[in-house]
Design a protein around this ligand. Sequence first.
Ligand code: ZN
Length: 137
Amino acid sequence: LKVFFKDLIINTQKRRELIDITLEAAKALSDSKVIDGICVINSTHTTSSIIINENESGLKEDIINKIMQDFPQDGSWRHNKIDNNADAHLAGAYLNSSVTIPIKNGGLILGAWQSILFLELDGPRIGRKLIIEIMGI
Ligand code: ZN
């Protein structure tokens, strides 16, 4: 069994933003030499998420707008007394902080329209850290 780790560091540009990390995950898999197994990608932050969906510009705006509707920044959230980003924590808590993707024949098993997207919820930030762990044979 091989176990391979890679840190993926991302700088974000906006408060809320979706960034495609599919190519970085595929590169990590290539470096790992794993042929069959699983790939876990985990965000180490409380105000971000990782989702799998279609990388289409209109849809990405729809996702951001839906999050802003469901978790308004000016809500009377208690955590806003601490550092004024409760909306980002709440959205992060209700979304995934990690994804797991099967690996077969040296490739990530993703559908034709599936991309791996890092969701920034409280940017812009320097040095967002994601962990890619690949296990298999
Ligand atoms: Zn906070």
